[in-house]
Design a protein around this ligand. Structure first.
Ligand code: NA7
Length: 544
């Protein structure tokens, strides 16, 4: 059955997704007087934090700045309890925001968008969901997140497994009981590294199937000192301002000292201090050249490897856990609580899939070239088709019926990560080519939402109804994104930043690494110059 969301008149805008981005975008447009409707695949708000409910799921940004800045009253009221907010806490926050701003009434939940088609005759988009809803609108804004399309590798026999199969990015809502169970987990990225210590505490036995050893740094999560919180809250507006102007969307200082400038004992002391303090200070607060200079990088990598030797009692297991396949920090650096320590537990085993490759999933477990592992449950912590996957899943077709998949056959081409030529009036919040996953997400999201909101208001004020990225601005920006990435060590890793985790995906650096501060200035400049790099048309011209 088809349900027309707007049977009377076309909407001004459709927003897809009800996570951090979609909630704010819908609110912003509604406040600006636009008619807007949202579709959300999940049955509730929360986006990433709705789906990623696996044990140990926690944000790696500190709670003081992992929140909206546009709600100054709420930031005073909301309790800041732990250094890093856990998944239930963040979901509660977003649910509160949805209620406080009365956003749910303008969303359809349980509505998976499968087609977004542009009609050149009317200049309007038609959005369709798998559940049969349709809506037509002048503008479409995607707020589908960067890490929301689960990667389920094509393991032979996966469907034959008779136990319970779970994916960290699509975790069930009802509690999962591991008590006494033989559990296998595939994947040691940020999700696996958070889940493994927690599952190990409950499971009868946990077997970790590791393809690539990862670097990880202690999170040092802890309850926040409430005097510190009170002081933070007194200056919240100033912290927000600094956050906005920072390179990574966090008000932290970055070192400009080279790791190669200091003597070894001093360097080690600096790394020890950062290791003890926990968090991304280890990467950005210690030395300024860890991600651009191979020798400097090696000093950090060696330090982490030495820590693994210190922590893990079995030298053979310690060796398997030591990352060697890529420079330190060039795959998304996870933060952990007791990750390496977990391998000292008697109920935890590590299987190195490089030595003994995974051959198949069997009805009773996992078989590698080294033997069969009988399991009751398999947890896939195998990540996501990052950045492009969630957009391509929407079935977007622009001018002349050209699909986004065709337009991006050789990798994503965007202008500022916000727009794509051939797809007028379509905006992609935290799209490929914007800082997104290299920054603290709510800050990047707010910058995009406000830029888009201002843009639509600007067009309305001038009776303009059409905006489309030009080919030349897109070519220049897409090249710039790669050029900046190539100044760093990041492209040396086979990471999801490079699309390398998905077979057949073009290898390009997907996010923009030039810093949120520089990026924000560029976006402001584009807007200030009358949306330079975009072709504008009148509402009439679009509609005729
Ligand atoms: P990641 O970081 O992509 O990690 C996925 C893990 O799964 C990683 O260890 C992969 O090994 C492993 N993997 C993927 N495919 C396979 C196959 N086919 N066989 C064996 N192992 C495999 O995803 P996460 O969910 O942990 O984290 C994603 C982001 O979410 C995170 O960075 C935060 O930003 C939040 P590989 O390293 O590719 O050899």
């Amino acid at each position: 059955m088809t349900e027309e969301i707007n049977d009377a008149a076309p909407l001004d805008a459709v927003v897809i997704g009800a996570g951090f981005a979609g909630l704010y975008m819908l609110y912003r447009l509604r406040e600006q007087g636009f008619s807007v409707h949202g579709f959300e695949q999940g049955d509730g708000v929360g986006g990433t934090w709705y789906w990623n409910r696996y044990p140990g799921a926690r944000c790696d940004s500190e709670i003081m700045y992992y929140s909206y800045s546009f709600l100054p009253d709420l930031e005073q009221e909301w309790p800041l309890k732990e250094r890093y907010p856990g998944q239930p806490e963040i979901l509660r926050y977003l649910e509160h925001v949805a209620d406080r701003l009365d956003l749910r009434k303008d969303f359809t939940f349980g509505a998976k968008v499968t087609a977004i088609e542009y009609d050149e005759a009317t200049g309007r988009w038609t959005v369709r969901t798998e559940q049969g809803q349709t809506a037509t609108a002048r503008y479409v804004v995607t707020a589908v997140g960067c890490l929301s399309t689960a990667n389920r590798p094509d393991f032979a026999g996966a469907d034959s497994f008779q136990g319970v199969s779970l994916h960290t990015g699509r975790w069930p809502h009802e509690p999962v009981d591991f008590t006494g169970k033989r559990v296998g987990i595939i994947g040691t990225g940020a999700s696996g590294i958070q889940a493994i210590p927690v599952i190990a505490e409950q499971a009868g036995h946990l077997t970790v199937f590791q393809r690539t050893a990862q670097f990880t740094i202690p999170a040092e999560n802890k309850p926040l000192d409430q005097h510190f919180v009170a002081m933070w809250k007194q200056n919240y507006r100033e912290w927000r301002r600094r956050t906005r102007q920072s390179a990574g969307g966090a008000p932290v200082s970055r070192s400009t000292v080279s790791a190669l400038e200091v003597p070894e004992d001093k360097r080690r002391a600096i790394y020890e201090g950062a290791w003890g303090a926990g968090g991304f200070t280890f990467t950005f607060g210690t030395f300024g050249d860890l991600l651009v200079d191979e020798q400097a990088n090696k000093t950090a990598a060696d330090f982490v490897r030495s820590k693994i030797d210190e922590i893990v009692s079995d030298p053979e297991v310690a060796d398997m856990l030591k990352p060697t396949a890529f420079p330190f920090g060039t795959k998304r650096l996870p933060l952990d609580t007791n990750y390496y320590e977990t391998f000292n537990r008697p109920n935890v085993d590590l299987v190195d899939l490089r030595r003994t490759p995974l051959e198949e999933i069997t009805p009773t477990g996992i078989r590698t070239s080294g033997g069969q592992y009988d399991l009751d449950m398999i947890v896939y912590a195998t990540g996501f088709d990052a950045l492009t996957g969630p957009l391509q899943a929407l079935g977007i077709r622009g001018k002349r019926g050209r699909s986004l998949a065709e337009a991006w056959a050789e990798g994503p081409r965007t202008y500022l990560g916000l727009a794509v030529p051939g797809f007028p009036n379509l905006f992609t919040i935290t799209g490929p080519g914007s800082p997104s996953v290299l920054s603290n997400m709510p800050v990047s999201i707010e910058q995009h939402v406000e830029w888009i909101g201002d843009c639509l208001a600007w067009l309305r004020d001038r009776a303009l109804g059409g905006i489309e990225a030009t080919e030349s601005a897109t070519v220049a920006w897409t090249e710039h994104v790669q050029e900046v990435a190539n100044l760093t060590l990041y492209p040396k890793a086979a990471s999801w930043y490079m699309g390398a985790n998905i077979p057949g995906k073009p290898r390009l650096f997907l996010p923009y690494i030039g810093g949120l501060d520089n990026y924000g200035r560029k976006c402001d400049e584009v807007a200030g110059n009358g949306y330079e790099g975009f072709e504008l048309s009148s509402a009439h011209a679009v509609a005729s």
